[in-house]
Write a protein that binds this ligand. Structure first.
Ligand code: FAD
Ligand code: LAC
Ligand code: ZN
Length: 481
């Protein structure tokens, strides 16, 4: 960024001219341009990606977004949409040129309506996920998207990344929770697709295309969401197990006996529990001594049902069959939250634990035990100073297959390991028929992976769609494709 070569001087001159034009065209209240005001929008939450923005636009209305995009489109100015900036792929960080506008939706945070009889609600893109959940609950309904970042990520970011999370097993990814969408296209036109219909077979599905487009096709300004009746019964347990194969056997047992009452099934290795205990004070440990593997599972239902008894009986059978070695059931709402806090604090504990590399992989669920064994053994051989922390959404076949250097790393050691390790892991994932990005998206960190593993026909079609939506290439340049 500090480079003062001719290219940078050129970009610097352009940035100054654009900043002057932007300031003349829009009220000062809409823009943040000082170094201090821009700073938090120019770096991702892991401090892995750093950029320099032309400015940060903070629109209050869809019309503001429309005018900002039209202005940028006429001048070929790149626009980087941003929500809560909690993403893992650098998708919301501008480049270092100082010529891209960050457009953050944080002020568009109104829940427009909740329609309990229709089990739907409409909210603006800048609403915190936690506020969307609370608004649904306030109307006696349930919005099932649940992420550890719920208090800071925004609905628009959830849609743009097609976020997964902790309840995918029962409700699917974000795409399956969306009925309608409002988005501003790069030339400023507004796509008004806020329908609350369950059935609507009228041509191409633009809503599904915009969900998961990571800010490369337009700016999502609002969405109509599917709701479910509020849950009236839940049962939650932490279960100790000897292996991922045993966890898979427990998953099959639970699905067979509880059907779609099973909402969550999260796998944690011993190291994950230890990390949380060490780095997140105040988090209760489910077991006196962390077992080799554990599962956090939850049953839920809108009916008043004895789910605790059901879960207990399945777990008794799992213990008798040697699938599980111990289990802790939540007996109150606060105990349930304490068990969930252990799981939700894993990413933060891992971040505090030391430098590392992340992989967000999925393979067919039944192949998870074989994958963990094969990849775990090979990584121990290739990077002996690193510890594997492979945890996550086993019920969906999705693990965060991360590595950490807990004893610290020599200068450059993690960086040197990054590419070869990534290549090994993602090649193996491809051989298992899996995905190199199960739920976090592509952003800038996995662009090369998409080019390498994506279907050529699929990629060509994506490029054609990108040109159709965004012929001037202003939307989130350098991301995804
Ligand atoms: P940002 O990070 O701001 O943006 C993400 C992408 O979306 C960028 O490409 C950006 O340009 C684009 N974008 C943002 N808003 C808009 C908009 N309005 N219109 C168009 N494009 C837009 N993710 C999961 O999938 N599952 C998890 O379980 C999970 N757990 C997490 C736990 C923690 C502790 C943390 C820190 C993150 C976790 N995440 C998880 C990742 C992250 O929270 C999600 O990807 C979330 O959906 C991102 O939302 P955001 O508002 O922060 O988006
Ligand atoms: C999780 C995030 C990192 O599941 O996706 O913890
Ligand atoms: Zn996850």
């Amino acid at each position: 960024v500090a480079d003062s070569g001719p290219g940078n001087q050129l970009a610097g001159g352009l940035a100054t001219r654009l900043a002057t034009g932007l300031a003349a065209a829009f009220p000062a209240d809409l823009l943040r341009t000082s170094d201090a005001d821009r700073a938090r929008y120019e770096t991702d939450h892991r401090r892995r990606y750093h950029g320099r923005a032309l400015g940060v636009a903070l629109p209050r209305t869809t019309d503001d977004v429309s005018r900002l995009l039209a202005w940028c489109n006429e001048r070929g100015v790149g626009v980087v949409p941003q929500g809560g900036n909690t993403g893992y792929c650098g998708g919301a960080t501008p480049d270092a040129s100082g010529t891209q506008l960050v457009l953050c939706l944080e002020r568009m945070n109104r829940v427009r309506s909740v329609d309990a009889p229709n089990l739907s609600m409409t909210a603006e893109a800048g609403c915190l996920l936690a506020d969307v959940q609370a608004a649904a609950a306030g109307a006696g309904c349930f919005f099932p998207l649940e992420l550890g970042s719920a208090g800071s990520c925004q609905l628009g970011g959830n849609l743009a990344t097609n976020a997964g999370g902790l309840n995918v097993l029962r409700y699917g990814m974000t795409r399956s929770l969306v009925l309608g969408i409002e988005a501003v296209l790069p030339d400023g036109r507004v796509y008004e697709g806020l329908r609350a219909l369950r059935k609507d077979n009228t041509g191409y599905d633009l809503r599904s295309l915009l969900v998961g487009s990571e800010g490369t096709l337009g700016v999502i300004t609002a969405a109509t969401l599917r709701l479910w009746p509020a849950r009236r019964s839940t049962a939650t347990a932490f279960v100790a197990l000897p292996s991922p194969a045993a966890a898979l056997a427990l998953l099959q047992l639970l699905r067979g006996r509880c059907d779609d009452r099973l909402e969550s099934f999260e796998l944690l290795p011993r190291i994950a529990l230890e990390l949380v205990r060490r780095h997140v004070p105040g988090t209760a440990s489910p077991f006196a001594e962390a077992p080799p593997w554990s599962v956090l599972c939850e049953l839920a239902s809108p009916a008043i049902e004895p789910l605790g008894e059901l879960l207990q009986s399945v777990l008794a059978d799992a213990l008798a069959a040697g699938i599980a070695s111990d289990a802790v059931l939540a007996t109150s709402g606060s105990q349930r939250l304490a068990l969930w806090a252990v799981r939700e604090n894993v990413p933060e504990a891992q971040k505090r634990g030391g430098p590392g590399l992340r992989h967000d992989i999925s393979v067919p669920v039944a192949l998870i035990p074989r994958f963990v064994e094969e990849a775990g053994a090979e990584l121990a051989r290739r990077v002996p100073n690193a510890t594997l922390v492979g945890y996550g959404h086993l019920g969906d076949g999705n693990l965060h297959f991360n590595l950490n250097w807990f004893a610290g790393a020599a200068p450059g050691e993690v960086e040197a390991a990054e590419l070869p390790v990534r290549r090994y892991v993602h090649d193996l994932v491809a051989a298992y028929g899996g995905s190199f990005s199960a739920e976090h998206g592509v952003g800038q960190s996995k662009r090369e992976e998409l080019a390498r593993y994506g279907s050529p026909v699929g990629l060509a079609t994506m490029r054609a769609l990108k040109r159709a939506f965004d012929p001037n290439g202003i939307m989130n340049p350098g991301k995804v494709l």
